[in-house]
Structures are given as C-alpha cells and as structure tokens.
Design a protein around this ligand. Structure first.
Ligand code: TRP
Length: 455
C-alpha cells in the first residue's frame, strides 16, 4: 500500500531537500580531492568533462533514486522491494537496498574518524598551536595525532554523538532544521574565505591553474577519475538520496531539482578549490591531494599569511560543517530502515546504529594508531573500509539502481512519478539509464578493481 507521507516526516519545502542533498554531496571529497584533480587533469577541460559525466551518468542515476524513494515514501530497502514486486520482479531486489544502507553505515564509521581529525585541528587553530610551524613540524603534529588514539577517540565520540542527536528527532525537528542552519553557515564561511583569498594577490594565478583549458591532459584516466568522483561527491549508490527523497513534496519537479543539486555541488567544489589553490599558492607551497593537503599543507599555508589564523580556523569550521552534513546523510537510510522495519523510535534506531558505527570507527582509528597490527587481508581496518566501500559497493550500488530502474521497474510508473515535460526527455532518461549509465559505471568498477589489485 502506497503511503501519502513518510512516517519520518517531511522537508518544509523543496529548497530544504536541495540543501540537504547538497549537504550530503559537499564533503571532504570536495575539499581534498576535487581541486587537485582539476589541476592535474586539464583544468577547465576537466571541469567540462566532469559536467558531461555528471549529466550523462550521475544525474540519470540520481533521478532514478529520487523517483524510487519519493514514490514509495519509505526507506531504500522497502522502496526497492515494493517497486520490484509491483513490477512483477523478485522481491530479492531488496538486497540492493540492504547492501546500500550497509555501505552508508560503513562509510560513516571511518568518515567520522576523519571528521574527528578536523575537530582537533579546529581547536588547534583557535589556540594557535599551529602558528609558525613549517611543513615538517606540521607533519609531525599530524602523525602525533594519528598515534594519539585516546585523543582521537574523544573527537570521534563527540562527532558521532552530534550526528545521533540530529537524527534522533523527526525530520522536521532534526534533519530539516539542521540543514536550514548548517548549509547557510557553510555558504557564509565559503564567501568569507573567498574574500580572504582575493586579498592574497594569488587569486588570478589560482583561477588560471584551475580553469585554463589543457586538453592534452585529458585521457582515459581523467574520464575514470571524473566519473568516479561524480559518484562519490553526489553521494550516489548508497541510498542516501533515495532516503531523502521519501520526505519530498509530491508536486516538486524532480529533474530540475536533481540538475540543480549537481550544478550547485560543482559550483561549491570550484569555489572551495579556488580558496584552497589560492592559499597554497600565496604561501608558495606545493599542491598535493588527500589528507596531506588538509592536515599539513593548508594549516601551514594559512598560518603563514596575514590574518591566517582566523581564516584557517574558518576553513576548518567549513570542513567540519561539510563533514557533519555528509555524515548525517550516511546514517539516515539505515535509521529509516530500522524504524520502519521494526517500528522503533528514531532515537532508538539511531542510537543503536551510532554505537555500532562508533565501535567500528574505534577499531579503524586504533588500526591507524596504537594497534597497527589490527589488520585484515593485509591492510588496516581503516583502509579496508575505505577501499571496499568506494571501490566495490558504491559502483555496484549505482549499477544496480540503473539496471533496476532501466530494465526491471514499470516504465509507466517511473515516468509518471518523474513527470518530465516531454515524452522524448523521458525516453532519453531511460536510454541513459539502460545503456550508458551501467556500462560507464561498470567500466570504472573494473578499472578500479584492476588498479587496486595490481598496483
Ligand atoms: N559526498 C561526500 C564527500 O564528498 C561524502 C558522502 C556523503 C558520500 N554521503 C555519501 C559518499 C554517500 C558516498 C556515498 O565527501
């Protein structure tokens, strides 16, 4: 039986859904991966390529997630099962939902460890502990933090509690309110940081680094990276968008909403990239990607510049907010599932999930620090969770959603829910879902697996 409203509650309007989806998509990936990726793989040419990947592959899959979630107004497991059964397909399709919410839970466990690092840096910035430190000293500061499992435990626990607190309440009082507060804060900090970047005198070279066209740098590796990143950043393949869509209004247009999310996410990524590249260039340092950028290069760069302590603090605040809104999204599908499956309260469901994920995160953080022997299959627990989720689960989840919506579900029901203005647009969407999306994501999957196993 279809429901008119989700039992979890609903967004106050379409814009809050957009804010929430952006909150999920703008995360650490936008900060420590995107700017460097763009610089390395062709600047403006890469951005164009990335937008194409997004429009042809990620957006159709995201639309499918929204359609399935809003149609059912239930958690991803029930939504997928219901849609499959009413199209006469096996109810075992629900396993796709189960794997997806499990994957979100796994990503959450290590993501909140990294968020703990961000919180530690935030406080270090306030007390000026990083002022005047060079690269070597800051690296030492970072390594000492990784080895200090008690300290990490504290920050990790605090972060998990914060997420539990937001998710424990109904959507109107929890998710909706948190997004309406946190996302404007994030935008405000981003604009202040852009203002700071403009004063450093390196804004123009940074713009050139990021946006000049270098077609010669575009190759197959750039395509794979663009595709893979569009997936991670748009939070696809783990049911987050599907769960959020269950709280969406009936009349809200889906396609423009989804395109707006993709475009805004890219815009925010580019603006963050501008701040990052300008600051690093102004301090005459080398750009690199990943944790080293956020936890070594950027603190050194910020604190070298006039006013840098304040703006460095703002930057880590931005990173903390981005991590918080992403982490919240990762635990929502599982929370919705537990409450709808077992009729638990949200508080009970998210407390149980939070404690389990917290425990897994603790194992991950000890595996990086005081218990380096805590390994499985030869890698630390931390890396194991990271690799299995991003290399295996995310692409598989994406392919499964594309195949399900493209080939299995009832076309009439899908297109009625999608309500596109013209039938040819609907056919285009289905065609992308059937052929382009699964083959493109399948390609990333095989290549990433190959790279992980043989290099
Ligand atoms: N998009 C976030 C980032 O860029 C991380 C994230 C949030 C995520 N929800 C997700 C990644 C769901 C994969 C799936 O850091």
């Amino acid at each position: 039986m279809r429901q008119m409203l989700s039992m979890q509650g609903s967004w106050s309007n379409r814009w809050v859904f957009i804010l929430a989806a952006m909150g999920s998509s703008v995360g650490l990936g936008n900060i420590w991966l995107f700017p460097i990726m763009v610089g390395q793989y062709g600047g403006g040419a890469f951005i164009l390529l990335y937008l194409c990947c997004m429009l042809l592959v990620a957006v159709p899959i995201m639309m499918a997630e929204v359609v399935i979630g809003r149609h059912a107004r239930q958690n991803p497991v029930n939504a997928i099962e219901g849609a499959a059964v009413s199209a006469g397909a096996s109810r075992h399709w629900r396993l796709v939902g189960v794997l997806a919410i499990f994957c979100g839970f796994l990503i959450f466990s290590y993501y909140s460890v990294v968020a703990g690092w961000v919180l530690h840096y935030l406080v270090a910035m306030i007390f000026g502990q990083l002022n005047g430190l060079g690269v070597d000293q800051t690296s030492r500061f970072f390594n000492a933090l990784l080895a200090d499992s008690q300290m990490l435990l504290l920050w990790h626990s605090l972060f998990v509690l914060l997420v539990i607190w937001v998710l424990a309440q109904r959507v109107e009082r929890g998710l909706d309110r948190a997004m309406r507060f946190l996302m404007p804060v994030l935008f405000l900090m981003l604009f202040m940081l852009l203002g700071f970047a403009l004063t450093t005198g390196e804004f123009v070279p940074a713009t050139e680094y990021l946006f000049n066209f270098h077609l010669q740098d575009i190759g197959w590796d750039a395509v794979l990276i663009a595709l893979g990143h569009s997936f991670f950043t748009l939070a696809l393949g783990v049911g987050v968008i599907m769960a959020y869509s269950a709280y969406m209004g009936k009349g809200d247009a889906i396609a423009p909403t989804v395109i707006a999310i993709g475009v805004f996410d890219t815009l925010v990524a580019m603006l963050i990239g501008l701040v990052v590249v300008t600051v690093v260039m102004a301090a005459q340092m080398e750009l690199r990607s990943g944790p080293g950028l956020l936890f070594v290069t950027l603190p050194v760069a910020f604190t070298q510049l006039p006013g840098g302590q304040v703006f460095g603090f703002l930057f880590f605040l931005l990173a903390a907010v981005a991590a918080l809104t992403s982490a919240i999204s990762l635990l929502e599908p599982a929370t919705a599932w537990l409450t709808e499956r077992f009729r638990w309260s949200r508080a009970r469901a998210v407390s149980l999930l939070g404690v389990l994920a917290w425990g897994l995160g603790v194992a991950a953080l000890y595996s990086l620090g005081q218990l380096p022997d805590l390994k499985l299959l030869g890698v630390s627990i931390f890396d194991l969770i990271d690799i299995t989720t991003t290399i295996l689960f995310l692409p598989l989840g994406g392919i499964a959603v594309a195949v399900l919506a493209g080939w299995v579900l009832d076309k009439e029901v899908l297109t009625a829910e999608l309500a596109l203005s013209s039938p040819s647009l609907a056919s285009l969407w289905l065609w992308l879902l059937r052929f382009i999306a699964p083959s493109a994501v399948g390609l990333i999957f095989v290549m990433n697996l190959y790279n992980a196993l043989y290099s």
